[in-house]
Design a protein around this ligand. Sequence first.
Ligand SMILES: Cc1cc2nc3c(=O)[nH]c(=O)nc-3n(C[C@H](O)[C@H](O)[C@H](O)COP(=O)(O)OP(=O)(O)OC[C@H]3O[C@@H](n4cnc5c(N)ncnc54)[C@H](O)[C@@H]3O)c2cc1C
Length: 1021
Amino acid sequence: MHGTTTQGIPGSRVMRMTQQRCLELGRELFERAHAAEPGIWQRGWWERRMLEFTSADQRMQTQLFRFMEALPHMGDDGEVARHLREYLDDRTLREHLSLRFAASFDDPRGLFGRSVGAAVRRAAFLMARSFITGSNTREAIRYAERLRQRRMAFTLDVLGEATISEQTADGAAAVYLELIESLGAAAVHWPRIPQIDLGRAGPMPRANISIKLSALDPVFNPVDPEGVYRRVGARLRPLLSRARALGVFVNVDMEQFRYRDLTFDFFMKLLNEPEYRDWPDIGVVVQAYLRDADEDLRRLLSWVRRRGTEIAVRLVKGAYWDSETTHAVRWNTPIPVWTRKWESDACYERLTRVMLENANVIRPAFASHNVRSLAHVMAVAEELGLSPRDYELQMLAGMGDPLKLAVVEMGQCLRIYCPYGNLLKGMAYLIRRLLENTSNDSFLKQGFGDRAAYDRLLADPQEARPVSAAPPVRRYEDTFEDDGMLEFTNAANTGFGSAENRGKMTDAIAAARGRMVRECPVRIDGCEVATGAWMESHNPARPGEIVGRAARATVAHADRAVAAAARGLPDWSQRAPAERADVLRRAGSLLQQRRFELAAWLVLEVGKNPQQADAEITEAIDHCNYHAALIERMALRPRRRNVPGEDNVLVYDPCGVCACITPWDFPMSMLAGMATAALAAGNTVVVKPSSKATVAAANLVAVLHAAGVPGEALHYLPGGGDDVGAHLAAHPGVHIVAFAGSRSVAMAISAAAGVVRPNQLHFKRAVLDAGAKNAIIVDDDVDIDEAVTGVLESAFAFSGQKCTACSRVIALNRVHDAFCAKLALAAQVMAVGQPEEPATMIGPVIDDAARQAIAQYIAEGRNQATVLFEMGADRLPREGHYVAPIIFTDVAPGSRLAREEVFGPVLAVLRARDFEHALALANDSMYALTGGLYSRSPAHIERARWEFQVGNLYINRRITGSQVDVQPYGGARLSGGGARLGGPDYLLQFCRPRTISENTLRHGLTGSAEPAREPAASAMH
Ligand SMILES: Cc1cc2nc3c(=O)[nH]c(=O)nc-3n(C[C@H](O)[C@H](O)[C@H](O)COP(=O)(O)OP(=O)(O)OC[C@H]3O[C@@H](n4cnc5c(N)ncnc54)[C@H](O)[C@@H]3O)c2cc1C
């Protein structure tokens, strides 16, 4: 059929012929490939056996891959041996005799232990070398030349993806430039090989490289496309210009989904620039595993037509399937990829046809090791009358080698993707390849590992699809493992990678600004109360801008509010729990509807950036829905413990009047947590917000009222902490004080609440969240880049003004200096600026008093420690309460800097001798709120789980950003009373439990006498 066309034959028949041809070509590929399979003496054979061995046991495979991932970061061979033993736990060793021998050393640092370590390191190195084609440009070019001798073209890729500093991005650009220069010079001497060097329009560049844009920008943030265009453009233009001059082809690879639009937009914008507009030797990638891949290709094609010069398009399925699905399920966002393998295959075939039909507009390239996908490309090309010169096939170095030989023998143009570089940087790549090779869905594994029947493997994906297969992806609902768990779904944050959402936020900020100065009167019993005095809240980024004015309440107003709340109690507490739950759910929906508007006020009032503000709204929504669901469940499923002759039930009543005294760092979400818990349980609430965030609190109170919380049940009382706050804490009519803020105020509230005053017929409960001095331990086997990124995000987002923020890093001696060096470089790229910009990471601190207090700690630090990094004052906006982020090293463990809460962008780095010492330093604090550990040692992680004394421990991730129900939040020691906000037991703090026991024996007559209706959370006593 090659060379013939199908004109004049009906469409359905053509399709059938193409399917038939696809089978023939597929069988031929299989037969040729199996004939060329590596023999037992070749390295590929052993690798395959190794992969078969590991993929037989999923758990062991995970452990081994994790070990491999950590390997480049381990110290000497003894360390390798220690980690091997830790990763191969007792169960794995029991089940695998061969591994038991490898781990049979007593002392990892002894001779045998070190020999095992050395052997393992060598084996991993060899495995990596089969996928990675050299460690430097010279070796990689030599590899490429050897490929050409076997009639295979190549594309070289420098390993290393996300970069964390300008210096590493410059370094990556320099390596690419060196590569382009060297390749350009070498390619001149290469003889032309028609099979791979001649395209439809004539000779093609013999030298070819692939680039990942994220390697060229330490920020590469989808919320900042202009910044990305500026920074990546500045590094990429010299490369493109040089490549064009030397005749080197450049392909832009596609990375994770979150970068997809950013990459396409960048690519099209740059390639429209006059210098490159008529340059055809550039390509980009479409990923068929994305649900909207059809749209991606359509958009690209119409752009190419407008541009008027062809480009190459590489079609892949996609390399990040596992992480894309995990991430989406984790955050309960739509899964961007197909979840059934046949769907990706079918999409690949659809796009194959579109690309080949447009082979006069683009130069199609098909990257796959799937025989069916490749045979389909060849069959459709034949159907369309195209020749192998009109497209190319692509495969990865180290994968499916027999298939490569088959493809070449069949006269196809084949290009091999050849990554090279430092093994350390290549680990992420290696793990992706190992996952791909061992996945049960992988064609390569089925086709060459399992030798499943040819025809099944070559079936049309549409027809081969399983009829009722179980969902291949773990769903969000499946994360509730315990039967007794509340099945709660968290709200999702807004994606600011979308230009539309960024636009909505800008509009919302403008609208809020138009409504300034926002007036927030005292509200008692649903009525506005004039107090005659006002408290202003100012925009910390523009102190001259008055965001709102809240009426200043007095202690007399506090008395009125408490009395009104007591009057409101019978009505609200007597409502059925389901009715209260409905009200709270309505509040959640209103917050969702108004999230841009409400977030805008947070941006203006406390200086959060749009993403931080939006995340706070998400959390507030979650609290509404969570407490609604919890109270309903408590009412429906009261705890019964009936014994013969006696019925017993435990029910929960409200406590009474609750005073919520809330902070400014999370003025909506904290208030939402406290107030919705109190209201759900049937209490009435008096809100005393921080005087620095009165508008945010007023907004939430208004939403709750609009949702149906009666004015008598919820009162808004802005006022001073010293007078109104203290008065509420001591008030005999208040039953619970919920507070979040500083340690000193928490201690005063605790003391005041502990006193029983005249006419007070109850012990007051204090639910307290106070200060913190959170530490992150950086172990000596970590990926330093990952630790640096997590530490900076934890320490400096929102200028370090979160109670959960990191303010101490404890780095182990072996990595301390390397960690500090990278930390200082990476800190330079943190964006300080106007909070209104989504790309800003660090905004102003809350007010001038805070700025001065932080300045004192910094002045002390300068005398007692070493400044590792300090952002230049010229990078700070002129106006606003900005503090330049600063990092100190050589911080003495006993110094104020190491012990006291600073609440600003100040980070102290301490050095630990070993892990034991690091744990001791971390625990040496009066606080215990959040803590973090970056480690690849299973033994150290296990120790930290039990010995790191904090309320929330985060391992290998940032320590901020807890989610309702997922990470119930709260501290111990002087950080708080231990109540877990966003957890199932938080609500109980606002309830009074009551047990009812009834003797059911009546003169020998037995039988249960359970009431028709439960009195749960309905009565007041
Ligand atoms: C030359 C070359 C360049 C490449 N460049 C890129 C690039 O720039 N960006 C990139 O992302 N990848 C790139 N890849 C990697 C490529 O995406 C994977 O190698 C490819 O997905 C494997 O597909 P396959 O057709 O070879 O194998 P197959 O075994 O047929 O397909 C495996 C693929 O199917 C998908 N899949 C697996 N399970 C499921 C499921 N349950 N539901 C839906 N889909 C599923 C995944 O994408 C998986 O990788 C490149 C590959 C090559 C060969």
